[in-house]
Design a protein around this ligand. Structure first.
Ligand SMILES: C[S@@+](CC[C@H](N)C(=O)[O-])C[C@H]1O[C@@H](n2cnc3c(N)ncnc32)[C@H](O)[C@@H]1O
Length: 209
């Protein structure tokens, strides 16, 4: 039985925002989720904003540790995927066997997971050698002043936004976890730079950090 833990206020805000997302953000979701194949594991599905973009042939497993997000997701339309399984779970410590997943889907989640590097190492562990990580994430601005501004803003932002950090260098963390990029596009989500891409497990052991 799910424990009632999470960010009640932020889940309500995210639910509203997901239902009123601009077309440009829906397109980013469509391009990220629309390319999933095989057994697909979504990290932190939130209120289920990616579900309508999933191809029907996938077998879907979604994990989400926030009970308020999960209960709001329950009111969203289920996708017509081949199978559909929602779990209370933590991307930093997956209860999923090694090399068993074809796609890991992650949107706007590595900004929030406390230890994004650990979650990415777990993604690499559970992905088959020919599997793919599909991601869309906002990241720290490259400029000295704008980057520093997000460092200063991070603590209050994080308190208001369910643990989100506006200053994560997520691309470097993806590569350090043992992934090679096969597609990468730089875009913006509101005021923040964002990255949209696909990565595959690099051969050999992942680096630390
Ligand atoms: C900004 S929301 C994004 C939700 C969804 N991915 C989307 O694109 O709409 C961040 C999500 O990450 C989830 N999250 C936080 N820590 C997590 C963890 N350790 N494992 C998996 N998900 C986590 C939060 O509960 C929240 O649902």
């Amino acid at each position: 039985m799910a424990t009632r833990s999470g960010h009640r206020g932020f889940a309500a805000v995210w639910d509203w925002m997901s239902r009123h997302e601009p077309r440009s953000e829906k397109e980013l979701r469509a391009r990220t989720a629309g390319g999933c194949r095989g057994l697909t594991l979504e990290f932190g599905f939130g209120v289920g904003a990616n579900w309508s973009f999933l191809p029907p042939q996938v077998d879907y497993v979604g994990i989400e540790p926030d009970a308020y997000m999960r209960s709001r997701a329950a009111h969203h339309e289920r996708p017509k995927t081949r199978s559909f399984d929602l779990r209370d779970g933590d991307a930093q410590a997956l209860e999923i066997p090694d090399a068993s997943v074809d796609t890991v889907l992650a949107t706007f989640v590595f900004c929030t997971i406390p230890d994004a590097a650990a979650a990415l190492r777990e993604a690499r562990r559970v992905l088959r050698p020919d599997g793919q990580l599909r991601f869309c994430e906002h990241v720290r601005p490259a400029g000295r002043v704008s980057g520093r501004a997000t460092d200063v803003l991070a603590p209050p932002w994080s308190r208001l936004a369910g643990g989100c950090h506006p200053n994560r260098r997520t691309l470097a963390v993806i590569e350090a976890a043992g992934f090679e990029l096969t597609e990468l596009e730089r875009t913006r989500i509101g005021p923040l730079p964002a990255i949209l891409g696909v990565a595959r497990p690099a051969p050999g052991a992942p680096q630390e950090g």
